[in-house]
Ligand binder design. Sequence first.
Ligand code: AMP
Ligand code: MG
Length: 196
Amino acid sequence: MPFVVMITGIPGVGKSTITKLALKQVRVKFRLLNFGDLMFEEAVKAGLATHRDGMRKLNPNLQKKLQMKVAQRIVEIAQKEPVLIDTHAAIRTPVGYLLGFPKEVIEVINPNFIVIIEATPSEILGRRLRDLKRDRDVETEEQIQRHQDLNRAAAVSYAMHSNALIKIIENHEDKGLEEAVYELVEVLNLAVGEYA
Ligand code: AMP
Ligand code: MG
């Protein structure tokens, strides 16, 4: 049976850091797929985007088409090996929040787990200010809180249309990282035996 884990969290929460550390400790070999990278490949192929951080400004209907293309590629890979998808539950676009996984798309991927990494808005704001490589929106703590609330709501809707369980992992400044990595490793280790 395919084993697919989606890891989500607001930009700057520490998603990629936790993921990389967890993959070093897990007992099964996971294929790490960054949804944004795959979407960007599809967007370039279709002549739609030239900047990774500009994709969320594309017409929402075009983004949905790209999401489906990526989902189909992921499903194929998941036939052969456990897959961990680094992605977003809800994407902030200039015209409103876009669901990362519309109904048709989540049905195709059918993840086993939706992991949400969370931190306090002030922790996230601090991490964003230290990571100047990325073209990220400047947001207030209230906006960050709202986005995190929306991510939880989005995850519930994904669980409605798949077999996914929702796992919330907190990543706080004081001694939080190690604990967060451990919690993710526990989820990933559930893949042991799935492809036997
Ligand atoms: P990231 O590097 O994870 O922050 O993702 C980069 C970009 O990829 C995001 O700003 C989105 O434009 C896009 N992206 C990632 N996951 C999704 C998704 N599930 N649906 C739509 N766009 C996504
Ligand atoms: Mg990332």
